[in-house]
Design a protein around this ligand. Structure first.
Ligand SMILES: NC(=O)c1ccc[n+]([C@@H]2O[C@H](COP(=O)([O-])OP(=O)(O)OC[C@H]3O[C@@H](n4cnc5c(N)ncnc54)[C@H](OP(=O)(O)O)[C@@H]3O)[C@@H](O)[C@H]2O)c1
Length: 346
């Protein structure tokens, strides 16, 4: 057996490389044709129902606006209801037909059952589930002072995707709908101060890649993988090392940064409507995957050089100390029209 594996170790990698080199142009051509076909016949979202978790800020908020422009009905979920209210008004102005807001915690299965149940009771169906709820952190693993934050980070970043998906899946099967997931390049590209966040994102990707096989053509899955693009997360809404303090309290809210987040949200929704399996931004990050497979040492040395010295430890990629405090509510686009507003409370 050992001899057999040794032989395969010797033969399979070069043989696969040669096969890939020859098949790559053909595969790219077929892929290109598929992409054009799917772009022409992309899903129309008018009157469809989209449930977005983590809709109270940044990427989730902008995704809501993108679906609103496509005239979808929206269900916006997060814990900060006052932020959802402003986002609902903006979404309606941008073209959303009906917008429900539901204050809920995605880590709690019963709350997920409630907001999915309320969505089905109101609309009768669900077409897209978009998971954006998450929480980052900025502490080195060995500097964490309170281990109770460990499961909490995994809860939001992993189970906060799994529970809404589990509860929505029967309805998404009925509508031949789609799940949109937000992962991160940190799941395979090591970054200091992000060990638990990156692990949760790697788990998220594995979970949805497996689910993709299980649900086959019944439900589409779009995995959005992105690098650092600016949001509450990159403005300071983190779990910090000192006391492992949570940054979601009202007084810690920070303003959102715009352009990249908007651009990326548009890419995600366009990709989801086109039926893309992946949306990547920026796509050059993929190049490092090659190094990861063929020469992991080069990647490790590079990251060691960039991050591993003491000063890098002090000068965080983000912020080592407390972030900006008070921030404004979501910016209003125009005065809200006086027609019906439905609001579902948690
Ligand atoms: N921004 C980046 O540079 C970047 C890079 C790579 C990947 N990503 C990924 O992109 C997605 C969105 O990121 P973002 O930057 O928009 O994050 P964000 O600004 O921190 O927003 C996170 C959202 O999740 C919600 N949330 C957190 N915990 C929740 C809970 N227990 N229950 C319900 N809602 C909860 C928050 O709302 P409430 O506090 O009101 O509940 C907020 O709306 C995440 O999956 C993130 O990992 C972002």
């Amino acid at each position: 057996m050992d001899f057999f594996n040794s032989l395969l170790n010797f033969i399979v990698p070069p043989a696969s490389m040669v096969m890939l080199a020859f098949s790559w142009p053909t595969l790219s051509f077929i892929h290109g044709l598929e992409w054009v076909f799917r772009s022409i016949y992309k899903e129309k979202m008018e009157d469809k129902v989209v449930l977005i978790t983590g809709a109270s800020s940044a990427i989730g908020e902008q995704i809501a606006y993108e679906y609103a422009k496509r005239k979808a009905n929206l269900v916006l979920v997060a814990r900060r209801e006052h932020r959802l209210r402003g986002i609902r008004d903006n979404a309606r102005l941008l073209g959303a037909k009906t917008v429900l807001i539901m204050a809920a915690d995605v880590v709690k299965e019963d709350e997920c059952r409630r907001f999915v149940g309320d969505t089905i009771s109101y609309f009768g169906h669900l077409d897209h589930l978009v998971n954006t709820a998450s929480l980052g952190h900025t502490f080195y693993f060995d500097e964490a002072q309170d281990t109770t934050v460990f499961p909490h980070l995994m809860d939001i970043n992993f189970w906060g995707n799994v529970y809404p998906t589990y509860v929505s899946l029967p309805y998404l099967r009925q509508s031949q709908g789609r799940i949109v997931v937000n992962a991160s390049v940190e799941s395979w590209m090591p970054m200091p101060r992000m060990s638990l966040y990156a692990s949760a994102k790697a788990a998220v990707i594995s979970f949805y890649e497996t689910l993709r096989f299980e649900v086959r053509d019944d439900v589409g899955i779009t995995i959005a993988t992105h690098g650092w693009i600016g949001s509450e997360m990159s403005s300071g809404r983190f779990m910090l090392e000192e006391g492992a303090e949570m940054q979601w309290k009202e007084e810690r809210e920070v303003p959102l940064s715009g352009h990249h987040v908007e651009e990326f949200a548009k890419m995600i929704v366009t990709g989801a409507c086109r039926g893309d399996a992946y949306v990547k931004y920026p796509s050059w990050c993929d190049t490092f995957l090659l190094y990861r497979v063929f020469s992991p040492d080069v990647l490790n040395w590079t990251f060691h050089l960039l991050f591993a010295n003491h000063s890098a430890r002090k000068a965080s990629l983000t912020r080592p100390s407390r972030p900006l405090l008070e921030g404004p509510p979501p910016q209003k686009l125009l005065p809200a029209p006086p027609n019906v507003q439905y609001q579902q409370r948690g």
